[in-house]
Design a protein around this ligand. Structure first.
Ligand SMILES: Cc1cc2nc3c(=O)[nH]c(=O)nc-3n(C[C@H](O)[C@H](O)[C@H](O)COP(=O)(O)OP(=O)(O)OC[C@H]3O[C@@H](n4cnc5c(N)ncnc54)[C@H](O)[C@@H]3O)c2cc1C
Length: 430
């Protein structure tokens, strides 16, 4: 079986043939290349590694640890009652486009074979970094030689809300998705709060399932990070033609008893309400441990925290003042943390944020700087339903949007990564 790496989300997929589409981020086959086999010496050191969180970041770190230390004693503590699954795939699952079983990345057998103690449905509740112990929700405490925080993030709700999982949901976990799917069958109307990429994916799923849906966004633009004013307006028209009510520049003030209240607007209600207003790192359990936090756990370029033998990676970690809540970042930092925990020396690579979206008959690839500005140059091609824009700074490509013609997405990715110039920009826009 060959190993293929997706250059958008960094996921490794095992398959004899090159995958046609990435199951995690939906990038097409042009974004796959054969993954380099990790090499290097295998150490034999009796060490106990505890990983809090068993998703993208925790799983990647565990794999690196067991592959690099044949005496590693690895325990993963995972709050969810699920083996690791493809979280970005939840939107497709809610849309009814994918079978649940295809979302799982590893199963019980994998953990048994690799001698990893994967504890399902147990939370870490606190950490004593002097005693090197983690307390657990089942009353036990577990000791470690090296500790990794890979406990991710949770939905951020910037207003008062009763998330009752009856009418009002957030979309983060498999459990949320199962609840939403069950509710969809009994619903005809829905509201999505948040018109960013997560909200739009949820919206796409609900419309696909036949619900009459409204999306409410605080800022003036839908998908305001991935799109500029022009492409966002084009996309808004597509949504409205699909029967979606699009409310932008509206501030939700509360969601109570199934009623969405907004500033200076009439209340709205629907059978199903999904809140997708952003995420926040799960730093609560770190309180009082002496580990430095800001928005996330502060790490250096080796994923080390300020406390000896304590590491962090993925959505929980803050590097150079930023929490990067992306799957690609979770996989990359998981690898770096795992390597450094077994005594290797790996450093964080720069992640260039990019998005692939496919829904409502629209394909979008967007990367890095999509807005431009006074000190930047923009090259734009716009024809009918197609819009392509490249942003350059000092003659170097620093970002762009491919809307409804994503054939050159790989070229644009390479151009931004390698800092290529105008000739390539012209070629991409052709
Ligand atoms: C619907 C959806 C679509 C997305 N689409 C994309 C996309 O297209 N592209 C992209 O790059 N990113 C996407 N993301 C974001 C991406 O999924 C995250 O960046 C990624 O999952 C982060 O991985 P992580 O391992 O750091 O944390 P998480 O995936 O958040 O996993 C952390 C795990 O730790 C567990 N945990 C939390 N607290 C504790 C505790 N105290 N004790 C034990 N366990 C604990 C949690 O239950 C969870 O299982 C999407 C997210 C969602 C929800």
């Amino acid at each position: 079986m060959k190993k293929w790496k997706c250059d958008i989300c960094m996921q490794i997929i095992e398959s004899d043939e090159m995958p046609k589409i990435c199951p995690v981020c939906k990038a097409d086959s042009s974004h796959f290349s054969l993954a380099e086999e990790s090499e290097g010496k295998v150490i034999s050191k009796d060490e106990k590694y505890v990983i809090i969180g068993g998703s993208a970041a925790g799983l990647e770190a565990a794999k690196v640890i067991v592959n690099g230390n044949d005496k590693a004693d690895v325990t993963i503590i995972n709050k969810e009652e699920e083996y690791p699954y493809n979280r970005p795939g939840l939107s497709n699952y809610v849309a009814g486009k994918i079978d649940k079983n295809l979302l799982y990345m590893e199963n019980e057998e994998f953990f048994k074979k690799n001698n990893i103690d994967f504890r399902l449905g147990i939370s870490a509740t606190g950490v004593d970094t002097n005693e090197k112990k983690v307390s657990l929700s089942n009353g036990e405490s577990i000791s470690y030689d090296k500790l990794l925080f890979a406990n991710g993030s949770s939905p951020f709700v910037p207003f008062e809300a009763d998330i009752d999982n009856e009418t009002v949901f957030s979309l983060r976990t498999m459990k949320d998705s199962d609840g939403i799917l069950e509710k969809i069958n009994k619903s005809s109307t829905a509201i999505v709060i948040g018109g960013g990429i997560l909200g739009i994916e949820a919206l796409s799923a609900l419309v696909k399932q036949g619900l009459k849906t409204t999306v409410i966004e605080y800022t003036p633009n839908i998908m305001g990070i991935q799109l500029d004013d022009t492409s966002s307006e084009m996309f808004r028209n597509v949504l409205e033609n699909e029967g979606v009510t699009v409310l932008t520049g509206k501030q939700v003030t509360s969601v109570k008893e199934g009623i969405v209240s907004m500033k200076d607007e009439e209340d709205l209600s629907a059978d199903l309400i999904i809140i997708c207003a952003g995420v926040k790192s799960n730093i609560d359990i770190i309180k009082g441990s002496g580990i430095d936090t800001n928005r996330g756990i502060i790490i250096d370029d080796m994923c080390k925290t300020n406390v000896e033998d304590v590491f962090a990676c993925g959505d929980i970690a803050e590097y150079k003042g930023r929490v990067t809540a992306l799957w690609s970042n979770a996989v990359m930092t998981g690898k770096v943390a795992g390597s450094n925990m077994i005594g290797k020396s790996e450093r964080i690579e720069k992640i260039i944020p990019s998005t692939v979206f496919n829904g409502f008959g629209v394909e979008i690839f967007s990367i890095a700087d999509t807005k431009g500005g006074d000190d930047k140059e923009e090259m734009v091609v716009s024809k009918d339903t197609i819009y392509k824009k490249i942003v350059l700074k000092d003659g170097i490509i620093v970002g762009g949007i491919l809307y409804n013609d994503v054939q050159k997405s790989k070229s644009l990715l390479i151009a931004v990564e390698d800092g290529l110039g105008k000739d390539i920009a012209k070629d991409i826009l052709e």
